[in-house]
Design a protein. Structure first.
Ligand SMILES: Cc1cc2nc3c(=O)[nH]c(=O)nc-3n(C[C@H](O)[C@H](O)[C@H](O)COP(=O)(O)O)c2cc1C
Length: 176
């Protein structure tokens, strides 16, 4: 119980970077389990993460008898990377309409969120309000960085480097 690094992937371009994150953690010997939103599977197929972790990847709440409870019971820490504006909004408002959001509500372990989105989306007042709410709820936010995003816009919104997320995950995993 509660011994794994549970990583949720949501539907943003930066999902491809999480392949490296998962691969690195597995290579270092950490127990990693992945869950995904339906929208995340538009970017990366779950087979990739199943191969990287050698474990099943749940996407549906109904992939197991009570998938969200099963996931919260195995998580020592819960990481959401990349985190879309959508999942951040749902987490901040207690909405549980898919496996990732239901697992978040069920989890009592430390939660790490790495937002990634268009700079305009990130600067939006609603998104900023939701991020502030998550901080007040005790969620650790790894702030995105400035740069040119895939669509060509420039500003703060790129997911922080995988190395930074990895370092924070290991630090947290070894202290809780
Ligand atoms: C090509 C493409 C790229 C996208 N990239 C992002 C992104 O980086 N961040 C984000 O918040 N939403 C992004 N979106 C929008 C999300 O996919 C959309 O809000 C979706 O509902 C998120 O669902 P999820 O949070 O359940 O994964 C993108 C959409 C498309 C079509």
């Amino acid at each position: 119980m509660n011994s794994e690094i549970l990583i949720a992937i949501t539907g943003g371009i930066a999902a491809y970077k999480t392949c490296d994150l998962v691969r690195n953690l597995v290579k270092l010997g950490f127990p990693v389990r992945v869950i995904m939103t339906h929208n995340a599977t538009q970017f990366i197929h779950k087979n990739t993460f199943e191969a990287l972790t050698n474990k099943p990847v749940f996407v549906n709440e109904y992939d197991s008898i009570m998938a969200h409870i099963e996931m919260k019971n195995l998580a020592k820490i819960f990481v959401i990377a990349p985190a879309t504006a959508n999942i951040i909004g749902k987490m901040a408002n207690g909405i549980a309409d898919d496996l990732v959001s239901s697992t978040y509500l069920a989890c009592t372990v430390p939660v790490l969120v790495a937002p990634a989105m268009n700079p305009g989306m990130y600067a939006n007042k609603a998104v900023q309000r939701n991020i502030q709410q998550l901080k007040e709820d005790g969620v650790i936010i790894l702030e995105p960085v400035e740069g040119i995003v895939v669509c060509g816009d420039e500003g703060k919104g790129k997911m922080v480097d995988v190395e930074v997320i990895q370092k924070k995950i290991i630090e947290l995993y070894e202290t809780v």
